[in-house]
Design a protein around this ligand. Structure first.
Ligand SMILES: Cc1cc2nc3c(=O)[nH]c(=O)nc-3n(C[C@H](O)[C@H](O)[C@H](O)COP(=O)(O)OP(=O)(O)OC[C@H]3O[C@@H](n4cnc5c(N)ncnc54)[C@H](O)[C@@H]3O)c2cc1C
Ligand code: SF4
Length: 333
């Protein structure tokens, strides 16, 4: 690990002012915030991240979970994943989020990992994490060995000829289905970003993963008021039952009146280059009977644009079955 300067900014303003000196907030950033450290320190030890300055944000007042005036929930950037998963309001009104969090990592990691850190966790693509290998995301223009190499765990949705890395987060899949908003404070002021607009597709610039600019600090996430009567499920399929990233996952938030689905919010994990909201699946579900035939058609629609690589074609069928089963679980709940 290269040497770096470690400081604890006294307040949010000082943290942003220091971070604003960075050349980029994307791969290669020379200034990084540190929260739980469970992504950043790993990558620093591997020399994938080499910031000259690391700013500890753990003492900033960003660790509260509070109701909003319109019935939603405000989640501070440094709220630990375990605290969020076990918060009574989250368990009652947003169970898909609680389930997604509890399906991630291990208890010890969840005790350290934070809301903002989880949103900004990096891909587990083995070439990205190995500086002896080329990788367009780590070093633009060097190539993507995963496309012809080890790609079993990588993405089938949202890929480009330059990168097929999967976004590994579970929490983000639930937040995408819940239509969360990410709130950012930067050197130019405050702004809010719809969850679906925060992460970028790789396209020609896989080193740019989010819309963040130098100095931008995620301060909190807002969940809208829960939809009355919604049925929620997060289902995660992986190579082993715990401590493993998703091969495919589905977050389902649906309402059923009588026999028919009246509202659906669907997101997929483990298969996309970003947390994957499927408006295609939602369009198939709404207005249709809540039964297996409808769920199968929605799953087909969700994966219609999937592109398999040499080793990960199985994910397309796996994701379809994952979504179909998650919908069945939601109806039965
Ligand atoms: C062994 C292992 C297994 C795992 N398994 C899973 C899994 O199954 N599912 C899953 O979803 N995740 C999994 N994870 C990932 C884990 O959830 C993330 O590492 C964690 O959520 C990151 O949070 P953190 O607070 O530790 O982030 P940090 O490492 O502190 O930060 C991560 C990034 O976010 C930036 N950052 C942090 N806070 C802010 C802020 N407020 N504003 C702007 N930038 C900020 C940092 O600069 C850094 O670039 C696993 C991790 C490990 C090590
Ligand atoms: S898939 Fe993306 S992260 Fe992995 S080697 Fe290719 S460019 Fe790098």
């Amino acid at each position: 690990m290269k040497t770096f300067e470690f400081t604890r900014p006294p307040d949010v303003t000082a943290a942003i002012a220091t971070a604003a000196h960075a050349k980029t907030a994307q791969q290669g950033a020379d200034v990084r915030f540190i929260a739980g450290g469970t992504t950043l320190l790993d990558l620093m030890k591997l020399n994938v991240e080499t910031p000259a300055r690391v700013l500890d944000i753990n003492r900033l007042p960003l660790d509260k979970i509070e109701p909003t005036s319109d019935g939603g929930l405000k989640i501070g950037a440094t709220v630990r994943n375990s605290d969020l998963a076990n918060h009574p309001t989250v368990r009652r009104d947003y169970p898909v989020l609680s389930q997604a969090l509890l399906n991630g990592a291990s208890a010890q990691l969840r005790n350290m990992a934070t809301t903002a850190g989880n949103i900004l966790q990096r891909t587990r693509c083995m070439y990205f994490r190995d500086t002896a290998m080329p990788c367009n995301k780590r070093e633009p223009g060097t190539g993507c060995p995963a496309i012809t190499g080890a790609n079993r765990s990588l993405a089938v949705l949202g890929t480009s000829e330059h990168c097929i890395a999967t976004n590994p987060s579970d929490m983000c899949v639930a937040m995408a289905a819940l239509e969360a908003t990410i709130h950012v404070q930067g050197s130019k002021g405050l702004r809010s970003i719809a969850f679906g607009d925060f992460h970028l597709l790789p396209g020609n610039t896989p080193h740019r993963e989010t819309v963040l600019e130098p100095g931008d600090l995620i301060t909190h996430v807002i969940l809208p008021a829960p939809t009355a009567g919604s049925k929620q499920v997060y289902l995660k399929l992986r190579d082993r039952a715990s401590y493993e990233f998703a091969l495919a996952s589905a977050a389902v938030v649906i309402n059923v009146t009588g026999q028919n689905i009246t509202r659906a919010r669907i997101a997929l994990g483990g298969v996309g280059t970003k947390p994957w909201r499927s408006k295609e699946a939602e369009a198939v579900l709404v207005g249709q009977p809540a039964e297996k035939g409808t769920f199968g058609k929605a799953a087909e629609a969700a994966m219609r644009d999937a592109k398999a690589q040499s080793q990960n074609g199985f994910k397309i069928e796996l994701a379809k079955r994952c979504l179909t089963h998650a919908l069945q679980m939601a109806i039965a709940s």
